[in-house]
Ligand binder design. Sequence first.
Ligand SMILES: Nc1ncnc2c1ncn2[C@@H]1O[C@H](COP(=O)(O)OP(=O)(O)O)[C@@H](O)[C@H]1O
Ligand SMILES: [Mg+2]
Ligand SMILES: [Zn+2]
Length: 365
Amino acid sequence: MGQVLYRKYRPQNFEEIVGQKGVVDVLKRSIEIDRISHAYLFSGPAGTGKTTLARIFARAVNCLSKSDFDKPCNKCEHCLEFLSQKTLDLVEIDAASSRGIDEIRSLREGIRALPFKAKYKVYIIDEVHMLTKEAFNALLKTLEEPPAHVIFILATTEIDKVLETIISRTQHFEFRKISEEDIQKALLIIAKKEKSKVDPEVINIISVLAEGSLRDAESMLDQALSAASQEISTDDIRKLFGVPTRTLLQDMTRALITGDSKTALKIIHESTGEGIDHKAFFKLLIRDFRFLLYLNIDQDFEKELSKFLPKTELDSLVKFAKECNIKKIEYILNVLNNNYQLLKLAYLPQLPLELAVLKITTKTV
Ligand SMILES: Nc1ncnc2c1ncn2[C@@H]1O[C@H](COP(=O)(O)OP(=O)(O)O)[C@@H](O)[C@H]1O
Ligand SMILES: [Mg+2]
Ligand SMILES: [Zn+2]
């Protein structure tokens, strides 16, 4: 299959970035009005576009295009050199693997030299929170008086571990998780480009499992495309990612609404035997009860859901929504949400779901 999807479809300009509108707008504007900072900090969850945007920005500040509005052009000499990573004016350091003071020291020496060709020498330091304390301090010194021809773009998934003194010396942008809707749109575009037929429900389930990471979503689509022959069906990805079947989910939803402990526990027991992923089970249950909540509050929501849910599925949800009130749904969602968070620590993966189910079915709301 060649290149993995998330590399193949890495956005090459600002317009292709999904979500992160605030960040993109400010960065673009800073190029148009030529007010560029010397140190940026990109923080946020993995797979949300930090590295991608850092590279786009590195090209944009060096792009030779006459117009300020189409930078980076990705065609000029500078853009091409940055794209092929064949320039010494773009330095990418992964702090997770090179954590030491030596790297930062050589960096401090490196930044004194003028760029070879470009206007700015750009340093992208990924996972900056992984640097050792000494390296941090050395970096701090560099940030205190960065030369005019240097731009730092620091990235981190753990902003809590970055020293306040570093944060205060940078222009800080917080990247957000990508919404399920935006993930779905992005995946549909990729599937189309790959000339693959994908069931809308497949896209939908992947968008739930990805938890806001577009990279993870693209990897899952990749796996699904490699596994399936021609058309990707829900069955393919259910098997691939341990997702419970629609029938199983519906049976569980019904058991929770009617307070049927026996059936609910039996479903968990059987699904464990079938290798169903409990995290996925939780997520899809939470998704269903959120749909029920919205259906309960607003009739028009049915139209929204019909855009991506298969009709049979929507019909059963609408029916369920009539059988329960908001208080009950709220209670169920609360318990599911609280117990979802126990998954990380549980020594039996099915236990948090079992406990949630017991709590819900034995309480009379
Ligand atoms: N906001 C986004 N818009 C478009 N594609 C994205 C976005 N975030 C992630 N991706 C996809 O995921 C891949 C990895 O993204 P990356 O920028 O390396 O994420 P991060 O550095 O935040 O972990 C990209 O090549 C792209 O295919
Ligand atoms: Mg990255
Ligand atoms: Zn260019």
